[in-house]
Design a protein. Structure first.
Lengths: 810, 265
């Protein structure tokens, strides 16, 4: 296209296209629309008696993209499942999202849920007139292509979500969760033109580091998961927590308000980001789909906008993310109408066609709805902070989206068609449980050989998913803003992995907010239902372990999956979503925000082969804490204190770190009975609140063995534990398997340290739940265990610590 | 008596709020002001009793840490700054603020040769940004703002360019003799130790400097991140919590110093 041509209005011939030709257009332009969607567009314009312009088509493709519209999650789904007897059971969902995740929140009606599932982030009140906004986003496709820029702008984008939550929240913390292929063992030449995993890993870590640190937002919580499943499809989740006055939670747009674009300029970076991320990855995607970030531009904008918020200079705000102005203005003006003059948008360089200006995802921009009388004051404030702004149009009352470029109308669409015209997807989904296999039995000799078990613990500790993430964590400023009272690394020399991070709110208040996550993608290969249930439980356990309370917990869901058009992938999603409903409802923990990123599959154009990730649910959890002074950390505190194991250990080794070490598809995946665990969680947080527990750690990846070792490392202390005392299910008891007790990843378990002076009160308080005193903290720098058949195991703390700290070799 | 504290910020400053909070808690009235407003003369340095340049990434630290803001101060605010320092009022630079003070030559700022740059803060030996807690040993009591600080105390660092490098070893010796090396990195027992206690490989373990008069102090670690006790890296291991974190003492001393200065002038 020639930008110098006299006309900027370019119509795309549409009226007479056959279905095949429609799809050819969709593919050719990278619209990622399917046939019913293209047909709906054809019908709309045929009724008008004209063809759509390029800008109209792009606007529709962006608004209807999987990324912006979540049409698979909102689809009506016919779900078929094989039950344990091999019988087909069928269930229909009219709208999967509304009938599972959103339904929990609706049924629970927590009074502290101030704004859920409608704004840029979920908002909960936590301390009188203060509220917390929390949002987690994925940036998977961009990070696969250009890891540094992709991950950096992923974080930058979610920070803007928080800056656009309500009338804008102040970001106080970020989270980062990554899934990569293992860094070791990749053969040269395997990758073709694709980036090596190590390069993706380094790029992603430094991208998040440089954006987050420069924004002055502490990165306080995260996880890194390594599995071959994520080769070619790395997952990058970035989350941000913000704080705002309750009075600034609600926003509005009124006809006559000016549409003001604030922040960076527009270039050709990030064109088609929204539609590209709604499709499979393959070789040969142009890197121009990835945005270029500049955190200082965003920091300036944030400083200025928070002042403008407090002076009430604008009424509405949203971020320019995927889909650029098209998405931001289209969303803000959905109820009113909007008219934009694109030539007023400041550009980085000339040569952009109008639709590129409209769709560009150039970063660090926000759109405001400003009453005309406030424009002068706003301009002055922004120029004081060196922030550029431009008045690009106004919100109208005609329910239309109109976009002009130099007196030519390039978009004229009904808002109702834009937002509600997308045909509802009808999807079929199917799931059947994989064939059951037994967990392998090591030879009897190996079992009795104590060195066998000893080396397993060392290997599990050194597994990169379990090993210390200190190399990454230290590159993030986790202290800036001075709020981080429970840090990602805790203990004597800050080596222990904290369960949840806690940020203090605004002083002098002692209230704060605890943040954690849960992620167990590997369980999906067994059953996505228990994968999701386990992720929810893990995120909640992490909060309980520091002393937060269950009735204050709110959850965020981030689903990643393969192609939703294939019934198997969709079936996994349905099962996971159903678990979200069942478990969250039982725990009384509402979902307040969520996002899905589908089509995480790589298509090798040469061979035609497809690789898809297992359905992965990241659960991020947050809880208001009334008094941060009552919280505890996971590092052992004092020799002589008792060690307790809380919760029941079962024969659930399927998908465990131990199972992966043995490379076995066998064993049962961990299940969960919230009715049982909920009592434990409530009692435990009460015990912590009363000061009876001095350290507590949840058992997750690597099970009890890893939890005990990590507590010893955190406190630089030894321990002595009798495995015979660990509360186990009857069938496990009968097996006399020390390895299973140490490495089962059953949900709902903790290790707690209690001073002997508090033991009686603690034990009395826990009557009725599954728990036992199993040993004692020691000063001797050794980890000693006695097995079920009286076998003795002993490790030096130094040896264990080295394995764990050096497992992740970047 | 009102002690007015100026917290200078610019694009990329990001520790201004918690620094202002520490100053307020210490009894001052903090004012966070964009450097543009000082340059335009809308706010004047002379109207303040304390000036602090807080941490962050001023202008992205794109040339070298603190360099652009340092040049801005030198070229646009040189004489008011000079006047402020000569008057004896407290000026503190934390982390990026310390880098700014070093890069405009206000530190170590030997008498008679102000604004000459004779030391620098270079990239960490590790080659990475690092956030961790270390210990500081008070190496000199020449600076009045260290009064009452224990001889060894914990503070966090968070920077990528914090390695102190003097122009020569004899210059470092001269600085030490004059008592201008205020803080050194150490382990918990006050022994001058290597990485990670010396987190960036600073020559002579230098973590903070003052000018010869003692009223200009700069340090890489963050006292404002240990202003209340629950910021401590392992407060959950301590049996009792003090009223304030140890870093708070520096702000308290500055406010007291400013009050005394006001009484004298």
């Amino acid at each position: 296209m020639n930008p110098a041509a006299a006309t900027h209005r370019i119509e795309i011939g549409f009226a007479d296209r056959s279905p095949d030709e429609l799809m050819e257009l969709s593919r050719g332009r990278g619209l990622s629309l399917n046939l019913p969607e293209m047909a709906a567009i054809q019908k709309y314009f045929n009724a008008l008696g004209r063809d759509p312009t390029d800008a109209e088509l792009e606007t529709l493709a962006q608004t209807w993209s999987e990324h912006c519209n979540h049409k698979s999650f909102r689809a009506s789904v016919t779900h078929t499942e094989k039950d344990e007897l091999g019988m087909d059971r069928c269930r229909k969902y009219k709208n999967l999202l509304k009938e599972t995740i959103m339904r929990v929140t609706e049924e629970l009606r927590r009074p502290w849920c101030v704004s859920v599932f409608k704004d840029n982030a979920g908002i909960v009140s936590y301390d009188g007139d203060r509220a917390i906004a929390f949002k987690v986003e994925t940036h998977n496709h961009p990070s696969a292509l250009e890891p540094y820029g992709g991950a950096g702008t992923g974080l930058g984008g979610v920070i803007r979500d928080i800056m656009g939550a309500g009338l804008g929240a102040r970001p106080i913390a970020s989270t980062d969760v990554f899934c990569f292929a293992p860094l070791q063992g990749q053969k040269r030449g395997d990758r073709g033109r694709r980036l090596s995993t190590r390069r993706i890993f380094h790029g992603v870590v430094s991208g998040v580091r440089d954006y987050g640190n420069r924004m002055g937002i502490p990165t306080v919580n995260g996880a890194v998961y390594f599995d071959e499943d994520f080769a070619d499809n790395p997952l990058v989740f970035c989350g941000t927590v913000g704080i705002l006055p309750v009075s600034a939670v609600h926003k509005e747009v009124r006809p006559g308000d000016r549409i003001v674009m604030v922040g960076g300029r527009v270039g050709r970076d990030g064109i088609h980001g929204a539609t590209f991320s709604s499709d499979s990855l393959s070789d040969g995607i142009p890197s121009s789909v990835v945005q270029i970030g500049n955190p200082i531009v965003q920091k300036k904008m944030m400083d200025a906008l928070l002042q403008a918020r407090d002076r009430r200079l604008y009424r509405g705000v949203t971020d320019c993310g995927a889909g650029g102005l098209s998405s931001a203005v289209g969303e803000m003006g959905a109820e009113t109408g909007a008219s934009v003059s694109l030539e007023r948008v400041p550009l980085k360089y000339t040569g952009l066609t109008p639709w590129e200006i409209w769709l560009s995802e150039s970063q660090e921009r926000m759109v405001l709805a400003v009453p005309p009388e406030n424009m002068d004051e706003l301009r002055l404030l922004l120029s004081d902070e060196d922030v550029e702004c431009s008045d690009i149009g106004e919100f109208t009352d005609d329910g239309r989206l109109r976009v002009n470029y130099r007196d030519e109308r390039i978009v004229d669409l009904k808002m109702s068609f834009l937002h509600d015209g997308v045909p509802k997807r009808q999807l079929k989904s199917f799931w059947s449980p994989p064939p059951q296999k037994a967990f392998p039995n090591p030879t009897l000799r190996a079992l009795r050989d104590s060195t066998h078990l000893q080396s397993i613990l060392m290997k599990v500790l050194a597994a990169p998913t379990v090993a210390s993430k200190e190399w990454i964590i230290r590159q993030y400023d986790h202290e800036v803003q001075g709020r981080t009272v429970l840090k990602p690394l805790v203990g004597v020399q800050q080596r222990g992995p904290g369960d949840a991070a806690v940020l203090r709110g605004d002083p002098p208040s002692m209230a704060g907010v605890a943040v954690s996550n849960g992620l167990c993608p590997h369980f999906s290969r067994w059953d996505p239902y228990w994968m999701a249930a386990s992720a929810i439980d893990e995120s909640i356990r992490n909060l309980i372990a520091v002393g937060a309370r269950l009735d204050r917990v709110a959850l965020l869901d981030n689903f990643c999956g393969g192609d939703p058009q294939t019934p198997k992938c969709m079936g996994e999603l349905v099962r996971a979503a159903q678990a979200c409903y069942d478990v969250a409802l039982a725990y009384g923990t509402p979902f307040i925000s969520g996002k899905d990123s589908l089509n995480n599959q790589f298509v090798d154009r040469a061979s035609g082969g497809k690789r898809s990730i297992p359905t992965t649910l990241l659960v991020s959890a947050i809880a208001g804490v009334d008094d941060i002074r009552r919280l505890i950390t996971m590092d052992f505190k004092r020799a002589g204190n008792w060690i307790y194991v809380l919760g029941t250990t079962r024969d659930e080794l399927g998908g465990s770190q131990y199972g992966r070490l043995l490379n076995t598809p066998g064993g049962e995946v961990p299940r969960l009975d919230p009715k049982e665990t909920i009592v434990l969680y409530e009692r435990l947080s009460e015990a912590i609140h009363r000061g009876w527990v001095v350290s507590c750690h949840d058992c997750s990846d690597g099970g009890l063995g890893v939890a005990l070792a990590e507590m010893a490392i955190g406190g630089a202390m030894g321990l002595h534990v009798d495995l015979d005392r660990v509360p186990v299910s009857p069938d496990l008891k009968a097996q006399e398997r020390d390895d299973k007790i140490l490495f089962s990843e059953s949900n709902g378990r903790f290790v707690a340290e209690v001073p002997s002076t508090q033991a009686r009160r603690f034990e009395g308080h826990l009557q009725g739940v599954s728990f036992a005193r199993v040993g004692q903290v020691r000063e001797n720098g050794r980890i000693d265990m006695v097995g079920l058949t009286r076998g003795k195991y002993s490790w030096s703390l130094r040896q264990v610590e080295t394995a764990w700290r050096e497992g992740l070799t970047p | 008596m009102i002690v007015r504290a100026l917290v200078i910020r610019c694009a990329g400053t990001n520790c201004d709020e918690e620094t202002a909070w520490s100053l307020e808690e210490a009894g001052a009235q903090p004012d966070r002001v964009h450097v543009n407003r000082l340059v335009r003369g809308e706010k004047k340095l002379q109207d303040y009793d304390i000036v602090v340049i807080p941490g962050g990434f001023s202008y992205g630290d794109d040339i070298a840490s603190g360099k652009v803001l340092a040049n801005q101060l030198l070229n646009r605010l040189r004489s008011p700054l000079e006047e402020f320092v000569k008057s004896g009022r407290p000026l503190l630079g934390i982390c990026n603020g310390f880098q700014v003070l070093v890069k405009c030559g206000l530190l170590p700022g030997l008498d008679g040769e102000d604004f000459r740059i004779r030391v620098t803060l270079a990239e960490n030996d590790s080659g990475r940004f690092e956030c961790r807690w270390s210990y500081l040993k008070v190496a000199s009591r020449r600076c009045p703002f260290v009064k009452g600080l224990p001889s060894v105390f914990p503070l966090p660092v968070a920077h990528g360019e914090g390695k102190f490098v003097p122009e020569s070893s004899s210059f470092l010796t001269a600085l030490e003799k004059r008592g201008q090396v205020v803080f050194k990195y150490a382990d918990a027992h006050g022994r001058l130790a290597g990485y990670p206690w010396n987190p960036n490989g600073s020559v002579g373990h230098v973590a903070g400097l003052c000018n010869p008069a003692g009223n200009v102090l700069g340090l890489m670690p963050h006292p404002e991140r240990h202003a209340f006790p629950h910021q401590h890296s392992h407060w959950t291991r301590l049996s009792r919590q003090p009223e304030h974190g140890v870093g708070f003492q520096i702000f308290k001393n500055m406010v007291r110093h400013a009050m005394e200065w006001k009484e004298r002038n």
